[in-house]
Design a protein around this ligand. Sequence first.
Ligand code: DSN
Length: 416
Amino acid sequence: MESVKTLDPEIYSLIKQEERRQADKIRLIASENYVSQSILEATGSILTNKYSEGYAGKRYYEGQQIIDQVEQLAIKRAMDLFGAEHVNVQPYSGSPANIATYLAFLNPGDTILGMALPHGGHLTHGAKVSISGRYFNAQSYELDPATGLINYDTIRLKALAVRPKIIIAGHSAYPRILDFQRFREIADEANALLMVDMAHFSGLVAGGVHPSPVPYADVVTTTTHKSLRGPRGAMILCKAQHAQAIDKAVFPGVQGGPHDNTTAAIAVALKEAASDSFKEYAAQVVKNAKVLAESLMAKGFTLITNGTDNHLMLVDLTNKKISGKVAAKALDKAGIVLNYNAVPFDKRKPFDPSGIRIGTPAVTSRGFKEKEMVQVSALIERIIANPEDETLLTNTAQEVKDLCSHFPAPGLEHLF
Ligand code: DSN
């Protein structure tokens, strides 16, 4: 980065500080990861210079000889990896992908049915503060108060009562596997389209350790930068009959020119995700989550649904007499980075909720295995018991740094 260093030392210095932070911390934000050097290179390539509104063979600017090939390669790899009939790789990120899906099928005021935000759904699944909740009649389903699990009978009854045009399955904070067939049956009975937002678990699907929603859903959206471990971007996978509606909704409906450098990096990520080593990675993500969940429960932590089947867990800290926010801020000072999170039926406010969310995709990318997950659970227990002990926080941050120094993170190997 010699050029940035010379031209803009302030930004150079900030990038270097962030590199150091990512290298030295235990990153447990469930939606984050470390991309490979290859993906960094494609993202930073001169493809950023090109405008290519439209689709391969039907662009609004000339000079697309190379870009068309890049985009077609990304599409083919996504279709092969996920067995999809059609893929659009242009959405800038997950929210625009979801909004484009609504635009493809809905008129303002139409009804959608998604998981409530405090129960693990995403903002774009109909939260009132999001365009999805403001422009549509957004109805939501909640988790079962007794089990913390999705109750399909309740969703069915709600769907039959409100008759949504789209039912949304998928989540940002639900630690269990969804029954896509059941969702399909409910959608069919309610005469609704089924959209699955697999942003969180698409890497697990690609790695073969999570059922795929693709055979069941009309439309599947996903970001590319979470468990899939690609650049920041998104894709929409759909049945062939919806291809035209989806493509028109992405461009010109929601977006202008695609970010061709990102498209190339998505193609690289999809090549990586089709490899045997990625299958091992995805399996280890789930193993690590299970070990961390069991270790935390053995230490008296309350986990929503008593564990996890995927890459994340939701911890209700009520019995530890600490709020999620106080815990997350203390853990951050101690070198363990995660986010505070509402738990289902939370009695506290969203900006200072009762829980924390913990995910294993990033630490697994740097090589943490079961042994390290047990260590991580002990560190979390220590900090949550003493969140105001500044000496302990500082000493733990050093301990975390020492541990991390044995696990070179992808893309940051030069720091180790
Ligand atoms: N912000 C993402 C997450 O953390 O889950 C969802 O878009």
